[in-house]
Design a protein around this ligand. Structure first.
Ligand code: MG
Ligand code: ZN
Length: 196
């Protein structure tokens, strides 16, 4: 049986984003309710994995030690609310390096599929940017948009027509998790009803 997996973007999805990049633990602040939401996924048996562009590395704005320190802070705060991130897949490249892993390219998601030895059909990828949705679509994930970070301006509006048609939008990560756990419970109830 496949691992129960949810893939998340980081900046603007879990933590407050910044146009100046998040370069140190001091600059990393969780979005209200996001860490608890990850904990609820874990509690329901989900493995949570991150797929994040970190071009601050390729641009020379921070080093890997700083990125690790940021993730230490995140993991410590998560563990206080019973949450855990399994693995962090990041693209370290600058845009002009034309790599295969910087979203909207699906490389990070393909690495995750390889690591878990499974296809990504039906696996949700949750992010705050169009490029997250595009990466999700290219890798066969279900695209979920959170209206935090880069998409706060889309609250209360219809999604732009160039967004992937299957995109589902949610107020924030907490709302996504509530939606997802409800949807999973409903479909397993339907399954057991048809089996019984
Ligand atoms: Mg983001
Ligand atoms: Zn890359």
């Amino acid at each position: 049986m496949n691992t129960k997996l949810v893939i998340l973007d980081r900046d603007g999805t879990i933590n407050v984003d910044s146009d100046e990049f998040i370069k140190s633990p001091e600059e990393w602040h969780p979005i209200e309710g996001a860490l608890e939401a990850i904990g609820r996924l874990n509690h329901a048996g989900y493995h949570v994995v991150l797929a994040t562009n970190q071009s601050g590395l390729g641009r020379g704005l921070m080093d890997v030690a700083s990125l690790n320190a940021i993730h230490d802070k995140m993991n410590k705060q998560l563990s206080k609310v019973g949450g855990r991130i399994d693995a962090i897949f990041y693209c370290p490249h600058a845009p002009e390096e034309s790599c295969q892993c910087r979203k909207p390219a699906p490389g990070l998601l393909e690495q995750i599929a390889e690591r878990y030895g499974m296809g990504l059909e039906g696996v949700p990828f949750v992010g705050d940017s169009l490029r997250d949705l595009q990466a999700a679509q290219a890798a066969g994930c279900r695209p979920h948009l959170v209206l935090t970070g880069k998409s706060v301006g889309l609250r209360g509006q219809a999604l732009p027509t160039d967004y992937p048609a299957q995109t589902q939008a949610h107020h924030d990560l907490d709302a996504f998790v509530s939606h997802w756990l409800r949807a999973v419970a409903a479909s397993s109830a339907a399954l057991s009803a048809s089996a019984g």
